[in-house]
Design a binder for this molecule. Structure first.
Ligand SMILES: O=P(O)(O)OC[C@H]1O[C@](O)(COP(=O)(O)O)[C@@H](O)[C@@H]1O
Ligand SMILES: [Mg+2]
Ligand SMILES: [Mg+2]
Length: 341
């Protein structure tokens, strides 16, 4: 098919069409999830457009505030948070929002309330904004537990209870990756149509990969199993090839590459940060959910990441996620260390 004809194809699987198809498999569904998702997708398109013109629209640089984690907020962090909070509330389908940028959870007023709880990192990879490197948005969705009034316990649930999770990467293209618990699918934004098109159906992570991804600048403070694992990646003793190191410093981009090419992404504990850096609810859980759905694994150094039960909304955890066999090696090193103790 030539390019001109291709431009007029109407059989493209847009994300809306895809989610409506999924919805039709559940005759009892009233379309609430589809509506919620369409608001998240709209938020991502908005942020994508802001990211693309950030340098021109004076959107780079600091906003002048620090968030609850003590991190300086960038203008795009603040703008993206506003976009998602408004998009999620106006969906009329949410009851609690947890954002990296807000100290407290937002409880939606009863008149605009639905039964979904959304946890999100509105802009991930903030340190990469000003140099134009890939950044993203991460989200996870829970259903409110029983009862009429939402409480914090509705979001302090293990990651395995999530109904859906995903991310949008603002990179050389804008890519939306989603799992509703039945595999992982990737969509690419066609800017001329303003629609996300299914480009990566049923993503499966390779069983073993050739890449490891970690901030090695923290190596002097790592625990023994992490140090041993990275040493093994570089100097394997079993005759296999060394792994290559790739580290972008935006979780969304590092995880996206890991998902497509295989390998492992780790943000381990270290002596200075015994719980690691990444936040359980809106970074570790959604990415772990996607990894498992794609056939990989996610491990904290102690347990399956999705079994964690967070005690507070901004809790952190070490994380090792990626190809099944690669994470299995990390698990074996932690098990051996535990035996010694
Ligand atoms: O600079 P470091 O310590 O390697 O940390 C990188 C990590 O920090 C993060 O940027 C934290 O996310 P935010 O930008 O949303 O705070 C992750 O995206 C990334 O994996
Ligand atoms: Mg982040
Ligand atoms: Mg962020």
């Amino acid at each position: 098919m030539d390019h001109a004809a291709d431009a007029y194809r109407t059989d493209l699987m847009t994300i809306t069409r895809f989610v409506l198809n999924e919805q039709s498999k559940h005759p009892e569904s009233r379309g609430d999830f589809t509506i919620l998702l369409s608001h998240i997708v709209l938020g991502c398109k908005f942020v994508c457009s802001a990211v693309n013109k950030a340098g021109l629209a004076k959107l780079i640089g600091l906003a002048g505030e620090t968030n609850v984690q003590g991190e300086e907020q960038k203008k795009l962090d603040v703008l993206s948070n506003d976009v998602f909070v408004k998009a999620l509330i106006s969906s009329g389908r949410t009851c609690i929002l947890v954002s990296e940028e807000d100290e407290e959870a937002t409880f939606v007023v009863a008149s605009k309330r639905g039964r979904y709880c959304v946890v999100f990192d509105p802009l991930d990879g903030s340190s990469n904004i000003d140099c134009g490197v890939s950044i993203g948005t991460i989200f996870g969705i829970y259903m409110m537990k029983d009862g009429d009034e939402p409480t914090l316990n509705d979001v302090l649930q293990p990651g395995k209870n999530m109904l859906a999770a995903g991310y949008c990467m603002y990179g050389s293209s804008c890519t939306f990756v989603l799992s509703t618990g039945a595999g992982v699918n990737g969509f690419t934004l066609d800017p001329s149509l303003g629609e996300f098109i299914l480009t990566h159906p049923d993503i499966k992570i390779p069983k073993k990969g050739k890449i490891y991804s970690v901030n090695e600048g923290n190596a002097k403070n790592w625990d023994a199993p992490t140090a041993k694992y990275v040493e093994k990646c570089k100097f394997p003793k079993d005759g296999s090839s060394s792994k290559s190191l790739r580290y972008i410093g935006s979780m969304v981009a590092d995880v996206h590459r890991t998902l497509l090419y295989g390998g492992i992404f780790l943000y381990p504990a270290d002596k200075k940060s015994p719980n690691g850096k990444l936040r359980v609810l809106y970074e570790v859980f959604p990415m772990s959910f996607l990894m498992e759905q794609a056939g990989g694994q996610a491990f904290t150094g102690k347990q399956r990441a999705l079994d964690l039960v967070p005690k507070n909304i901004h809790e952190r955890s070490p994380i090792f996620l990626g190809s099944y066999d690669d994470v299995e090696e990390v698990k074996a090193l932690y098990a051996a260390e535990e035996k010694k103790e």
